[in-house]
Write a protein that binds this ligand. Structure first.
Ligand code: NDP
Ligand code: 2IT
Length: 449
């Protein structure tokens, strides 16, 4: 990772920018991968001959559709739905659905592109895809969420299937939404096709640990990164951004591994709780009441709410950005370093800007890129598919042990690949090359499709 795209790949990047104008997040994600792939082309000229990188940058299929729905007052709303089926060399398209007003095609493409490499790193038979809508779930009733999900799935259902494309959750899509989406799919197709979506409820085809998996996985990955530096999480001060699915279960596992998590956030501001977050209260506020994070501070004497605050100003040893893309800037990276941060692991997808990543690399602190560190969620989705296919359900302990093993393997693969390509400790390079290598080999084997 040196911030430069190899001469042979520069035209690929120029083409991506030209053919996908104004999709800045997609450009950013492609650029970061291309910057690391030059040495792979040196060792594997066959990947260049087969134009693998050009093919990887063009989604196999992009679906866009209108999502009309009615609110509780009877007013009609029109949203845009989309699914980018990016690459199916390794298995059916797999990746989450995001419901957030900021969603546009460029964001879904960046997420789908990253998902290809992430899914490859898990070693499981899943291709890459992503979807979503610019629907804003905030403040909507259960009935409105249900009608939106039903309308969304009415259109998307024709493009899904357990062997075709298998969505899951992401920002704004959790267990409640997956239920409404699966219910509508079942109704339209007249099939109880459990393997068509993951993140299902435990009583209707879901898998234990899927809810916890992304946050737990990121904490396991962090544990591995620290172990290679002969240290641990024990007694460490941690800061997590966001307070959604990934953040909450990152906090839970960090606490179990001995860290003290002193801050989290949402888009309204930051909670600083030097005594350590009360996880039961945080879950009550965010999961049960679906309230703003301020409500946590209102009920906890040791906590303070900072409206519109910057969570990265809270001093910590380890940071897990778990909210959204580009939430941690170069200036934030400098602040973290000044305050003694020794490790940053991306729970979210692309939360650190390129400048922030560069600053961490120059400081040689431990940095875990999202496509490796947050792969525990999709890996456990693949375990859910496996349980669905065999009509089985595993215990929490067994599934968590599988997750921990998968995260350890991903870390090791990234670490060894970085070493093998002369970039020791550079897990960005290790993750990109290892993920790319697996997909590229499959693409060569499957021919020009
Ligand atoms: P949730 O919707 O459960 O939580 C998202 C959290 O991030 C909320 O606290 C939200 O605050 C905050 N947030 C979202 N967007 C913004 C924004 N534009 N500005 C400020 N804060 C924001 O989502 P998840 O926890 O599922 O996802 C978080 C991240 O992790 C995303 O990047 C996602 O792609 C990634 N990820 C998720 C996986 C999963 O299994 N769910 C797997 C791998 C990665 P507010 O409520 O105020 O909007
Ligand atoms: O970004 C991600 O990996 C996810 N949102 C989870 C995808 C999945 O299919 O479980």
């Amino acid at each position: 990772m040196n911030g430069v795209i190899d001469d042979r790949l520069a035209s690929v990047f120029d083409d991506v920018v030209r053919r996908n104008p104004s999709e800045v997040e997609f450009h950013q994600a492609v650029r970061e991968v291309l910057e690391t792939l030059g040495p792979v082309i040196d060792r594997h000229p066959e990947f260049a001959e087969h134009e693998i990188i050009q093919r990887l940058c063009e989604p196999e299929r992009q679906i866009m559709f209108r999502v009309p729905w009615q609110d509780d007052a009877g007013d009609v709303h029109i949203n845009r739905g989309m699914r980018v089926q990016f690459n199916s060399a390794l298995g059916p398209y797999k990746g989450g659905l995001r419901f957030h007003p900021s969603v546009n095609l460029g964001i879904i493409k960046f997420l789908g592109f990253e998902q290809i490499f992430k899914n490859a790193l898990t070693g499981m038979p899943i291709g890459g895809g992503k979807g979503g809508s610019d629907f804003d779930p905030k403040g909507r009733s259960d009935a409105e969420i249900m009608r939106f999900c039903q309308s969304f799935m009415t259109e998307l259902a024709r493009s899904l299937g357990e062997y075709t494309d298998v969505p899951a959750g992401d920002i704004g899509v959790g267990g409640r939404e997956i239920g409404y989406l699966f219910g509508q799919y079942k109704r339209i197709t007249n099939r109880y096709e459990s393997g068509v979506i993951t993140g299902k409820g435990i009583d209707w085809g879901g898998a234990l640990v899927r809810t916890e998996a992304t946050g737990y996985g990121a904490a396991f990955f962090l544990q591995e990164m620290l172990a290679t530096r002969e240290t641990s999480l024990d007694g460490r001060t941690a800061v997590v951004s966001g307070s959604g699915n990934v953040a909450i279960y990152a906090v839970e596992k960090l606490q179990q591994l001995g860290a003290v998590v002193v801050a989290c956030s949402d888009s309204s501001g930051v909670v600083h709780d030097p005594a350590g977050l009360d996880l039961a209260l945080l879950k009550q506020v965010k999961e049960v009441e679906r309230a703003r994070v301020e409500a946590y501070a209102d009920r906890r004497a040791s906590a303070r709410f900072v409206p519109a605050g910057n969570v990265w100003e809270v001093p910590c040893h380890v940071a897990i950005p778990s909210a959204t893309q580009n939430e941690l800037t170069g200036a934030d990276a400098a602040t973290l370093l000044r305050n003694g941060c020794i490790a940053v692991v991306e729970g979210a997808n692309m939360p650190c800007t390129p400048e922030a990543v560069r600053i961490f690399a120059e400081a040689t602190i431990a940095f875990g890129p999202g496509k490796a560190a947050n792969a525990g969620g999709v890996a456990t989705s693949a375990l859910e598919m496996q349980q669905n296919a065999s009509r089985d359900s595993w215990t929490f302990a067994h599934t968590e042990a599988r997750l921990e093993e998968i995260m350890r393997n991903i870390h090791q693969l990234c670490h060894e690949t970085a070493d093998a390509y002369g970039a020791p400790n550079d897990l960005v390079t290790g993750a990109n090359i290892a993920g790319f290598h697996r997909v590229a080999q499959a693409m060569v084997a499957l021919g020009l499709i």
